[in-house]
Design a protein. Structure first.
Length: 165
Protein backbone atom coordinates (compact mmCIF):
# COMPACT_ATOMS: atom_id res chain seq x y z
CA UNK A 1 0.00 0.00 0.00
CA UNK A 2 1.27 3.48 -0.78
CA UNK A 3 0.46 7.02 0.20
CA UNK A 4 1.05 9.92 -2.16
CA UNK A 5 3.09 12.75 -0.76
CA UNK A 6 1.90 13.58 2.71
CA UNK A 7 3.06 16.70 4.55
CA UNK A 8 3.96 16.50 8.26
CA UNK A 9 0.98 18.71 9.12
CA UNK A 10 -1.33 15.79 8.15
CA UNK A 11 0.08 13.36 10.72
CA UNK A 12 -2.92 13.93 13.02
CA UNK A 13 -5.19 12.33 10.38
CA UNK A 14 -2.64 9.87 9.06
CA UNK A 15 -2.00 8.20 12.41
CA UNK A 16 -5.61 6.97 12.90
CA UNK A 17 -5.88 6.23 9.16
CA UNK A 18 -2.86 3.93 9.29
CA UNK A 19 -4.20 2.15 12.36
CA UNK A 20 -7.51 1.42 10.56
CA UNK A 21 -5.74 0.52 7.31
CA UNK A 22 -3.68 -2.09 9.14
CA UNK A 23 -6.86 -3.40 10.77
CA UNK A 24 -9.23 -3.45 7.79
CA UNK A 25 -7.09 -3.82 4.65
CA UNK A 26 -4.93 -6.88 4.03
CA UNK A 27 -1.39 -5.73 3.25
CA UNK A 28 2.19 -6.92 3.08
CA UNK A 29 3.83 -3.52 3.33
CA UNK A 30 2.83 0.11 3.80
CA UNK A 31 4.78 2.74 1.83
CA UNK A 32 4.61 6.48 2.44
CA UNK A 33 5.98 9.14 0.14
CA UNK A 34 6.92 12.38 1.84
CA UNK A 35 9.66 14.99 1.99
CA UNK A 36 12.93 13.66 3.40
CA UNK A 37 12.90 16.43 6.02
CA UNK A 38 9.75 14.80 7.49
CA UNK A 39 11.10 11.23 7.72
CA UNK A 40 11.84 11.41 11.46
CA UNK A 41 8.34 12.67 12.30
CA UNK A 42 6.70 9.97 10.17
CA UNK A 43 8.89 7.17 11.52
CA UNK A 44 8.13 8.22 15.10
CA UNK A 45 4.37 8.47 14.47
CA UNK A 46 3.86 5.43 12.23
CA UNK A 47 6.53 3.00 13.35
CA UNK A 48 9.54 1.41 11.69
CA UNK A 49 7.53 -1.01 9.55
CA UNK A 50 6.35 1.82 7.26
CA UNK A 51 8.65 2.28 4.27
CA UNK A 52 9.37 5.98 3.76
CA UNK A 53 10.17 7.16 0.22
CA UNK A 54 11.66 10.55 -0.64
CA UNK A 55 9.24 12.39 -2.93
CA UNK A 56 12.14 14.17 -4.65
CA UNK A 57 13.80 10.90 -5.68
CA UNK A 58 10.77 9.06 -7.07
CA UNK A 59 10.86 10.56 -10.59
CA UNK A 60 14.21 11.49 -12.13
CA UNK A 61 14.38 15.25 -12.62
CA UNK A 62 10.87 15.92 -11.28
CA UNK A 63 10.32 17.64 -7.94
CA UNK A 64 7.61 19.88 -6.63
CA UNK A 65 9.96 22.82 -7.12
CA UNK A 66 10.59 21.87 -10.76
CA UNK A 67 6.84 21.71 -11.44
CA UNK A 68 6.38 25.17 -9.94
CA UNK A 69 8.50 26.57 -12.78
CA UNK A 70 6.21 25.25 -15.55
CA UNK A 71 4.02 28.09 -16.88
CA UNK A 72 0.76 26.27 -17.52
CA UNK A 73 -2.50 28.19 -17.78
CA UNK A 74 -4.47 25.15 -16.60
CA UNK A 75 -2.43 24.49 -13.46
CA UNK A 76 -5.59 25.46 -11.57
CA UNK A 77 -5.14 22.88 -8.82
CA UNK A 78 -1.55 23.91 -8.35
CA UNK A 79 1.64 22.00 -9.02
CA UNK A 80 1.37 20.07 -5.73
CA UNK A 81 -1.76 18.26 -6.90
CA UNK A 82 -0.13 17.33 -10.24
CA UNK A 83 3.05 16.23 -8.46
CA UNK A 84 0.94 13.92 -6.30
CA UNK A 85 -0.73 12.39 -9.37
CA UNK A 86 2.62 11.78 -11.09
CA UNK A 87 4.02 10.15 -7.95
CA UNK A 88 1.03 7.80 -7.77
CA UNK A 89 1.66 6.55 -11.28
CA UNK A 90 5.41 6.32 -10.71
CA UNK A 91 4.93 4.08 -7.69
CA UNK A 92 3.92 1.27 -10.06
CA UNK A 93 7.56 1.18 -11.22
CA UNK A 94 9.08 1.34 -7.74
CA UNK A 95 10.18 -2.14 -6.67
CA UNK A 96 7.44 -3.79 -8.78
CA UNK A 97 7.88 -7.28 -7.32
CA UNK A 98 4.17 -7.65 -6.61
CA UNK A 99 1.48 -7.98 -9.23
CA UNK A 100 -0.91 -5.69 -7.34
CA UNK A 101 -0.78 -2.62 -5.15
CA UNK A 102 -3.40 -0.24 -3.81
CA UNK A 103 -3.23 3.54 -3.74
CA UNK A 104 -5.13 4.89 -0.73
CA UNK A 105 -5.87 8.52 0.17
CA UNK A 106 -3.90 9.31 3.30
CA UNK A 107 -6.79 11.36 4.68
CA UNK A 108 -9.33 8.57 4.17
CA UNK A 109 -10.02 6.22 7.06
CA UNK A 110 -11.53 2.79 6.34
CA UNK A 111 -14.33 1.96 8.78
CA UNK A 112 -14.80 -1.73 7.94
CA UNK A 113 -12.97 -4.65 6.41
CA UNK A 114 -12.48 -4.15 2.67
CA UNK A 115 -11.93 -6.81 0.04
CA UNK A 116 -10.32 -6.09 -3.32
CA UNK A 117 -10.55 -9.60 -4.79
CA UNK A 118 -13.47 -11.99 -5.08
CA UNK A 119 -13.46 -15.62 -3.90
CA UNK A 120 -11.86 -16.73 -7.18
CA UNK A 121 -8.96 -14.26 -6.88
CA UNK A 122 -10.31 -11.81 -9.46
CA UNK A 123 -9.79 -8.11 -8.81
CA UNK A 124 -12.96 -6.20 -7.93
CA UNK A 125 -13.29 -3.01 -10.02
CA UNK A 126 -15.76 -0.16 -10.14
CA UNK A 127 -16.19 1.79 -13.35
CA UNK A 128 -16.47 5.56 -13.01
CA UNK A 129 -17.92 7.92 -15.60
CA UNK A 130 -15.82 10.85 -14.44
CA UNK A 131 -14.29 12.97 -17.19
CA UNK A 132 -12.78 16.45 -16.72
CA UNK A 133 -11.34 17.85 -20.00
CA UNK A 134 -9.10 20.53 -18.37
CA UNK A 135 -7.32 17.74 -16.48
CA UNK A 136 -6.48 15.92 -19.70
CA UNK A 137 -5.45 19.14 -21.44
CA UNK A 138 -3.01 19.95 -18.64
CA UNK A 139 -1.63 16.39 -18.64
CA UNK A 140 -1.05 16.68 -22.38
CA UNK A 141 0.86 19.94 -21.84
CA UNK A 142 2.97 18.47 -19.03
CA UNK A 143 3.72 15.17 -20.79
CA UNK A 144 3.96 16.61 -24.29
CA UNK A 145 1.75 13.85 -25.68
CA UNK A 146 -1.30 14.23 -27.91
CA UNK A 147 -4.72 13.44 -26.47
CA UNK A 148 -4.71 9.99 -28.03
CA UNK A 149 -2.06 9.11 -25.42
CA UNK A 150 -4.92 8.78 -22.93
CA UNK A 151 -7.57 6.01 -23.07
CA UNK A 152 -10.50 6.94 -25.28
CA UNK A 153 -12.98 5.68 -22.71
CA UNK A 154 -11.45 7.31 -19.65
CA UNK A 155 -11.65 5.28 -16.47
CA UNK A 156 -10.77 6.87 -13.21
CA UNK A 157 -7.19 6.28 -12.19
CA UNK A 158 -5.72 6.30 -8.72
CA UNK A 159 -6.17 9.24 -6.45
CA UNK A 160 -4.09 10.39 -3.51
CA UNK A 161 -3.25 7.88 -0.87
CA UNK A 162 -1.20 5.14 0.62
CA UNK A 163 0.28 2.27 -1.30
CA UNK A 164 -0.32 -1.19 0.02
CA UNK A 165 1.50 -4.29 -1.16
Amino acid sequence: MWSPPVPRRDLNVLDPACEKIRRFIPLKQLHMITARRDFDSFALALGPEVVLLDEDLMIDGVTLQSLKTIPLARFSRGPGWYFQQLLKYQFAFHEPEDDYFLIWDADTIPLRKLEFFDGQGRMLLTKAEEYHPPHFQTCEEILGQPRTFFPLNHRRGPSGGLAIR
